[in-house]
Ligand binder design. Sequence first.
Ligand SMILES: [Zn+2]
Length: 239
Amino acid sequence: MNGTEKLKEVIVNGQWNWPPNRQLIEIQQRVQDIPVSLQPDCIGWHKRGGAFSTKQVWQLIRRASVIVPWWKLVWFSKRIPKHYFCLWLTILHAHKTKDKLLNWGLISSARCVFHCGGSESMDHLFFECPYTRDMWRDALRRCNFHRNILPWEEEVQWLEAYAKGDNFLAILMRLAVGATVYHIWLERNNRCFRNLFLPGDEISKRIREDMGRKIKSTGYAYGNDNDRHHSLCINWGVL
Ligand SMILES: [Zn+2]
C-alpha cells in the first residue's frame, strides 16, 4: 500500500481484508472488532437538534475498557506524574526488561544490573532482587509497616486493599510505591545506558526527598498534631 488508498479497499464482501504488511498490523488490530456494514455511509446526530459534542462522539465510538482494581493506585490528584507514568507501565508489565530483550534475541545476557547474581525480569526488579527489596522495605517502614516483602502482584493487591482512601497514610503509601518504582527503574536505566551507578542509600535518599517535597507542597505536614501523623512526617523527614 502506498498511503493513498481508501477505506473501501480493505473491505471485501463486508469483511476486513488487509494485505499482508507488517506496518499495518497495529491498525488491523485496532479495527478488527469494528463491524463492517454493507449499508451506505450516512451522517446522523445522536440527538435531533442538539449541539455537536465531541465528547458524545468519543463516547459513541470508543471501546470502553474494563475498570481495573488498581486504578486508584495510579490516578489520584496528589500523584507525582512522572512517578505514576512509570508505575502504570510497571503494573501493565510494559517495561522492556532484560528477560524480554533476551527472548527477542536482542541481548546475550539478562544479568541483573544490581549485581545480585539473578536475572532481570519484572518480578525480579520489583522486588525479588535483594537490592531493590531493601528500598521497598525501607519505604514501607517509613509508612510504619514492618513486614516481609511479597511478590509484585501480591504487593499491588495489598496496596489496593490498604492504600485506599484520602487519609494521610493511604496517600503516603501510594506516593511511596510510585517513588520507589520510579527510582529503581531510573537507576536500572542509568546503569544500563549511561554507566552511572548510585549506592542503595543514595537511591533511598532520593525517594525520601521526592516524598518530602510532595508532602510539604500539599500542606500535609502541617495543621495535624495526632501522633500517627506526627510519626509519619518524622519518618519521611519533613518535621
Ligand atoms: Zn538483582
